[in-house]
Write a protein that binds this ligand. Structure first.
Ligand SMILES: [Cu+2]
Length: 229
């Protein structure tokens, strides 16, 4: 008879060491990435007449789809370094003020967001998502703050069923993230030194990514140009 083979634990296993990250051993701290986003096209802002809740909403609303500032800078784009852990855990806040979502785009780490109603009228939060459960909730004037969970990375469109023009975005982004200002600039702070992927997203112009080499204690600049669709 054949002698039975004794097979030990020579099977396949994944060594934890395969998961190491070069940046995690750096004790030098991080650097800043200054992201500049440009758009070589015309702004797109829709204006429409308002005839509801005009004492709070005014008589004209604008839907800011593409906001272009000085030097062709693209505002309201989300810049992020998805691999940069240690982003601020401060709770994100979006307000409904003057029948607009303020800010138009807010970034948050996966977790909780505070949705405020500082208008003293009825709004209705309605989100469009695929990764996170959709939210569709009335927010009466006495309900000044609602806390909601968005736990999966996603760009979530936010609307209000009471005021059809209200449009905002919540960018649920792991890692360090920021929204570009009116000059198209966003600063990502405390990004670990080494190679990092930088992503830029805009609600109508799409996504781009680049790799940068971040230096500890220094500012690295990277620029993007979004194309029209
Ligand atoms: Cu509303």
């Amino acid at each position: 008879m054949r002698k039975a083979l004794t097979i030990g634990t020579a099977g396949v296993f994944v060594a934890a060491s395969a998961m190491w990250l070069a940046t995690s051993v750096s004790a030098q701290g991080g650097g800043t990435v200054e992201v500049e986003v440009k758009y070589n096209g015309a702004p797109q802002v829709e204006k429409l007449k308002v005839n509801k809740d005009t004492e709070k909403c005014g008589t004209e609303a604008s839907i800011e789809k593409v906001v272009v500032g000085g030097n062709k800078g693209l505002a309201n784009a989300v810049a992020s370094a998805p691999g940069a852990k240690g982003a601020s855990k401060a709770k994100a806040v979006i307000d409904q003020h003057g029948c607009k979502f303020v800010p138009h785009v807010v970034v948050m780490q996966p977790g909780e967001i505070e949705i405020k109603n500082s208008d003293d009228i009825l709004h209705n939060i309605h989100t469009y998502s695929t990764a996170n459960p959709s939210i569709n909730k009335a927010q009466p004037k006495f309900k000044k703050v609602m806390t909601e969970k968005l736990e999966k990375p996603e760009f979530v469109k936010v609307t209000c069923d009471v005021h059809s023009w209200m449009l905002g975005w919540v960018a649920v982004v792991p890692g360090v993230a920021a929204v570009t200002d009116s000059n198209g600039v966003a600063k990502l702070e405390n990004v670990p030194a080494g190679k990092q992927k930088i992503e830029v997203w805009h609600e109508t112009l799409g996504k781009q990514e680049k790799e940068v080499d971040v230096k500890a204690g220094a500012t690295t600049k990277v620029s993007f140009e979004m194309k029209g669709k």
